[in-house]
Design a protein around this ligand. Structure first.
Ligand code: HAM
Length: 418
């Protein structure tokens, strides 16, 4: 047993998965930059107060925050998500609106680790600030749907709901709490405890005994303003116009308290229940104000990279890209020829690798095999004497001698590069 291992809920991402992560981020960047979003890199920790704006009743804040006092006595926290940081950045820099940004990177939540749930997990996401337009809501949702399609995912389900305007949610929460209290006896002990903290979260319960009570619970759409209802109707029509399929889920409240109006969640039906939510988002009109800025509407989403890749595994799409080198240089003389040839090849745009420590020909050829290179260049004392190199297309069982001065042209030819 090694003395040190990764901390619970964290993982090393090694090749070939690490290459897959990178191309995931590349595909996301391409998708959202084509829609006018620019890249933002917020810091990984901020003043705790920034994240308290996520809602002091949310579990992300009450139970899961990685917060500590730094050596200067500041109470800071590792970011549990990036929407609050983006809004803080908006208030700090006051960019012109609409401000459309995208991000990618790790977040930290002290959750119970399990498959698809980590304490350090990556998200990619977008935020659009300064526009109230319901067509923007539909555009943001369409962007996420397009990205999933770009990855090759087909079994992604979209649920959508509205939480109404400021005050509507609170009104509904009270109405719901009253109803749940009246039916408290039929709820599980866990849900009774949740009811005390945040009645809305009871609607998330997947526990069988709670279902009957939840099914008959009042729905939020009956508690929201006409304008919020109209806004929602326009969002739905705009999704219809783009042929985006969705299911209206009156019970979708999501885990963070800043949501108003449109909220949505993507689930993978290829995955098991525990970690099916592969992304989610919504409007958070009011968050910028809560962070000390002017009243500014906002909408966005974040997609869990870890979980989306699990969905890709389940659907057998978006495998790891090939990262193998083109050429492997085998030098049985002294290693210097491999040293110089690799440098020459790399300087000319080829991907080249070699073995070290002057291993035997057999061991070096084994490494060449393992490297995935398409060709091996072999140099022994005879080649040095004649200023030649043996070129072996891997797996062909053949090899031929080339003049050392013709190396680049011959490698190009062997790799079929025009
Ligand atoms: P969220 O629903 O908390 O929303 O997280 C979004 C996604 O991140 C989830 O659907 C899931 O795929 C992934 N995720 C969350 N927690 C974990 C975890 N512990 N392990 C693995 N994956 C996880 C937000 O974070 C909002 N900031 C989204 C948003 C952006 N709303 C508006 N703009």
């Amino acid at each position: 047993m090694p003395e040190f291992k990764t901390s619970p809920g964290t993982r090393d991402i090694l090749a070939p998965d690490s290459a897959r992560w990178r191309s995931f981020q590349d595909v996301f960047a391409r998708t959202v930059e084509a829609a006018g979003y620019s890249y933002i890199i917020p810091p990984m920790f901020e003043d705790l107060d920034v994240f308290l704006r996520l809602g002091e009743a949310t579990e992300v804040v009450t139970k899961e925050m990685y917060d500590f006092h730094d050596k200067g006595g500041r109470h800071v926290a590792l970011r549990p998500e990036q929407t609050a940081s983006v809004c803080r950045a908006f208030v700090e820099h006051r960019p012109t609106t609409p401000w459309k940004v995208w991000y990618s990177g790790p977040n930290f939540r002290y959750e119970k680790p399990q498959q698809g749930r980590y304490r350090q997990f990556d998200q990619v996401g977008v935020e659009a600030l300064g526009a109230d337009d319901p067509l923007l809501d539909a555009e943001v949702i369409a962007l996420a749907a397009k990205f999933y399609a770009d990855l090759g995912l087909k079994k992604v389900h979209l649920s959508i709901n509205t939480l109404g305007d400021e005050g509507d949610r609170e009104k509904y929460s009270q109405k719901l709490a009253k109803y749940l209290r009246e039916n408290e006896k039929s709820l599980t002990a866990e849900s009774r405890a949740t009811l005390e903290r945040n009645p809305l979260r009871v609607l998330d319960s997947k526990r069988e005994p709670d279902q009957k009570v939840i099914e008959a619970a009042p729905v939020i759409r009956d508690s929201i303003s006409t304008t919020a209802n109209e806004h929602f109707e326009t969002v739905l029509q705009a999704l219809d116009a783009l042929n985006i399929e969705y299911e209206i889920n009156n019970r979708l409240v999501r885990g963070l308290d800043y949501y108003r109006r449109t909220t949505f969640e993507f689930t993978s039906i290829a995955l098991e229940a525990a970690h099916t939510a592969i992304g989610g988002g919504g409007r958070y009109d009011g968050l910028v104000e809560a962070l000390g800025g002017p009243a500014t509407p906002g909408i966005g989403f974040a997609l869990g990279l870890d979980r989306t890749l699990l969905a890709c595994d389940a659907e057998k799409v978006f495998g790891a890209p090939l990262t193998a080198v083109d050429v492997f240089v085998v030098d049985t003389v002294n290693g210097r020829h491999a040293h110089e040839l690799c440098h020459l090849l790399r300087s000319n745009g080829f991907r080249a690798d070699r073995a070290y420590d002057l291993r035997s020909m057999k061991a070096q050829m084994k490494s060449a095999d393992r490297s995935g290179a398409k060709i091996a260049l072999i140099i022994g004392s005879e080649e040095v004497e004649k200023s030649t190199i043996m070129l072996r297309p891997m797996g062909s069982g053949e090899q031929y001698s080339i003049a050392r001065k013709d190396l680049l042209g011959e490698v190009r030819k062997a790799l079929d590069i025009k």
